[in-house]
Design a protein around this ligand. Structure first.
Ligand code: CMP
Length: 143
């Protein structure tokens, strides 16, 4: 079954939106198989965002994501990568549709509440960066 990596960013944690984020994906029907509140190190942030290292906002991005705890999650389900991206909405909250997470809660392109993997390759890389194998759980979900 497909898995994706989702992370409530420091702004989402500080605004008490962790429960709301978990609830949205649970109610959609996805299965939570890993989760932890954690502080990202500088090195980890740089690895996570290495594809953006040449962008002008890279320094700001690393500084923000390490500015406070994040809530890292692994979710499982059919087409979870693409559907979670749709539920998050466009990266820039100004362009994100109402009803999406960024449309409902995002304030700026940097402080946009949540990160989600954009492809199977990035999901695998990000899950392995944030989680040990024994932190991903297997159980039967009731529909
Ligand atoms: P995320 O999905 O975590 O992946 C890369 C992040 O870069 C993105 O969300 C945005 O928060 C951030 N980002 C994109 N464009 C800008 C920008 N112009 N200024 C600051 N941050 C940006």
């Amino acid at each position: 079954m497909e898995k994706t990596f989702l992370m409530v960013k420091p702004d989402g944690v500080q605004r008490n939106l962790v429960g709301e984020m978990v609830s949205r994906f649970e109610r959609k029907g996805f299965k939570l198989v890993g989760a932890k509140l954690m502080q990202m190190s500088d090195d980890m942030a740089k690895t996570h965002y290495d594809e953006h290292q040449d962008k002008p906002f890279y320094g700001e991005l690393v500084e923000f994501i390490t500015s406070g705890p994040v809530f890292a999650m692994v979710w499982e389900g059919e087409n979870v990568i693409a559907i979670a991206r749709d539920m998050m909405g466009k990266t820039n909250p100004l362009e994100a549709a109402p009803g999406t997470i960024r449309g409902d809660y995002g304030m700026t392109v940097g402080k946009n509440i949540i990160h989600g993997s954009d492809s199977p390759e990035s999901a695998e890389k990000e899950i392995n960066l944030f989680f040990q194998d024994n932190e991903i759980k297997t159980y039967s979900k009731q529909d």
